[in-house]
Design a protein around this ligand. Structure first.
Ligand SMILES: *Cc1c(COP(=O)(O)O)cnc(C)c1O
Length: 410
C-alpha cells in the first residue's frame, strides 16, 4: 500500500518524543538531516556560552576555574554523558576529540598487553581511525590486521593486543553486536575499544552490559555540542587503576598545581586528560546535553529505527525505481540512526537537495546520507525528504552546473 503524508502525520501525533523538537532552534524552511555530522543547536546553548564569556570569563577571570566549576567540567560533563552510553559516571570524561582519544587509548591498551603484537582494526571504518591505528602500530611495534567489521570477532587471536571498530559504521550505518564482539575479543585475551561516533546520542549504547574495555565518542554529532565540541572517552572501572595513557600533560597529573617536575598519574578517569579544557566548548557541550533531559536512550533508539524503517519503505516505493540503491541494512536492529542511499549522481543530487533546504550529506564515491535524529525530526519530515529526493531526480534539477561543483566539505 502506498504510504501517504497523512499516515506520517498520524505517527507524529502519537510520538512520545514529539515535545523534544521544541528544545532546538532550527531555521525556517530547513529540513535538517545531517545531525550525524553536526548536530542542531539546542535552545539555551547560546545563552550558556554567552554567560560563560561575559560573566565567568569577563568578570570572574582566573577565579572561575574554581568558582564557576571550570576545573571539574570534564568529569561533570562525563558523568552527564555516561547515562547516555550505558556507563557509570566515574568511567567517562569529556576531553579532546575522537582521533586524539583513540591514540591515547590504543597506546594504553598495548601497554596492558605488552607481549601481543597485533592491532585488529575495521576496514571501512572512518579513515581518521585507520590513520591513527597505523601510526600507533608503528610507534608501539605492532602490526595491523584490517578486516571488515563483521569479521573482527573472528580475526582476534592470541597475538591480538587490542581490537578497535565502530559500533555503527559512518557510511552504511551498519551496527555491530557490541556484546558478542566484545565477548569474542575477551575469549582471546584481547582488549576492545569501541568507536561510538555514530552511536552516542543516537542508539541505546550499553558499554557495561556488553563488558566493553574502552570507548570513544563524538560531542558534535548526535549530542549537538557544536562544531568541534570535545569528545568523550570511557574506561571500564576494572582498568582505571592500570590504564597508562601516553599524553602525560598536567591535567592528568594527580596534583597539577603542585608543579612537581615528576609526573604522578591522577587517580580515576581524570588521568585520561592531557591539557586545559576548552571552556567555551565545554560550556556549549554541557548545556547541549540538557536536550536529553528526561529522555531514555531506548526511546531514542526506537524512534530512530521506526523513522529508518519508514524511510526505507518510502525508498522502495519511490526511489528504487529511479535508480537509487539502498546502502544501509534493512534490518533495523542492525542499523544505526542514518540511512544511506547510493545514486550515480549522488553528489549533485545532494547539492540540489541542500539548495532546497533539505540538508543531508555525501560520502564519496556515491553515497547520500540522511541522518534521522529522533529529538528534532518526525515522520512527516521523513516523508518530505523522500519526496524532495524523488523530485530532484525526476525533474533532473541536479543536472544544473552549480550542483556539479565540489566543495571542500561534503
Ligand atoms: C566523525 C568521526 C570521527 C571524527 O574524528 P575527530 O577526531 O573527532 O575529528 C572519527 N571517527 C569516526 C568513526 C567518526 O565518525
Amino acid at each position: 500500500m502506498t504510504i501517504d503524508r497523512a499516515q506520517c502525520e498520524a505517527l507524529d501525533r502519537d510520538d512520545p518524543l514529539r515535545h523534544c523538537r521544541g528544545r532546538f532552534t532550527l531555521p525556517d524552511g530547513v529540513l535538517y538531516l545531517d545531525g550525524n555530522s553536526l548536530g542542531a543547536l539546542p535552545r539555551g546553548v547560546a545563552e550558556r556560552v554567552g554567560a560563560t564569556v561575559a560573566e565567568e570569563w569577563g568578570r570572574g577571570l582566573i577565579r572561575s576555574w574554581n568558582s564557576a566549576g571550570w576545573y571539574a567540567s570534564p568529569q561533570r560533563a562525563g558523568a552527564k554523558t555516561a547515562r547516555l552510553i550505558g556507563a557509570a559516571a566515574h568511567e567517562v570524561t569529556v576531553t579532546d576529540a575522537i582521533s586524539i582519544n583513540l591514540f591515547k587509548l590504543l597506546v594504553a591498551a598495548r601497554r596492558m598487553r605488552p607481549d601481543r603484537k597485533v592491532i585488529v582494526a575495521e576496514a571501512g571504518n572512518f579513515p581518521s581511525d585507520l590513520y591513527v591505528v597505523d601510526s600507533v602500530a608503528r610507534l608501539v611495534g605492532c602490526s595491523v590486521r584490517r578486516v571488515r567489521a563483521g569479521e573482527v570477532a573472528a580475526a582476534v587471536d592470541g597475538d591480538t593486543a587490542v581490537a578497535t571498530l565502530s559500533e555503527v559504521n559512518f557510511k552504511s550505518a551498519e551496527r555491530q553486536d557490541m556484546a558478542a564482539v566484545t565477548a569474542a575479543a575477551h575469549a582471546q585475551g584481547a582488549l576492545i575499544l569501541w568507536d561510538l561516533a555514530h552511536s552516542s546520542g543516537a542508539v541505546d549504547v550499553q558499554l557495561n552490559r556488553a563488558g566493553a574495555d574502552f570507548a570513544i565518542g563524538c560531542g558534535y554529532k548526535f549530542l549537538n555540542g557544536g562544531p568541534g565540541a570535545p569528545g568523550h572517552l570511557f574506561v571500564a572501572e576494572r582498568h582505571l587503576a592500570a590504564v597508562d595513557q601516553p599524553l602525560t600533560g598536567w591535567f592528568g597529573h594527580a596534583e597539577p598545581f603542585a608543579f612537581s617536575e615528576e609526573f604522578a598519574r591522577a587517580e580515576g578517569i581524570r588521568r585520561m586528560l592531557c591539557s586545559t579544557p576548552p571552556m567555551l566548548s565545554m560550556a556549549a557541550y554541557e548545556a547541549a546535553l540538557d536536550a536529553y533531559d528526561g529522555v531514555t536512550m531506548d526511546a531514542v533508539e526506537a524512534k530512530a529505527r521506526a523513522m529508518g524503517d519508514l524511510l526505507i519503505a518510502l525508498f522502495d516505493q519511490r526511489l528504487a525505481p529511479l535508480g537509487c540503491r539502498l546502502e544501509s541494512p534493512r534490518d533495523g536492529t542492525r542499523r544505526g540512526s542514518h540511512v544511506s542511499i547510493g545514486h550515480d549522481q549522488g553528489y549533485a543530487v545532494m547539492q540540489a537537495l541542500i539548495a532546497r533546504g533539505v540538508i543531508g550529506d555525501f560520502r564519496a564515491p556515491d553515497v547520500m546520507r540522511f541522518g534521522l535524529t529522533p529529538l528534532y525530526l518526525g515522520y512527516a519530515d521523513v516523508f518530505d525528504a523522500v519526496a524532495a529526493v524523488e523530485d530532484v531526480i525526476t525533474s533532473k534539477a541536479f543536472e544544473a552546473p552549480e550542483f556539479q561543483r565540489r566543495h571542500a566539505v561534503t
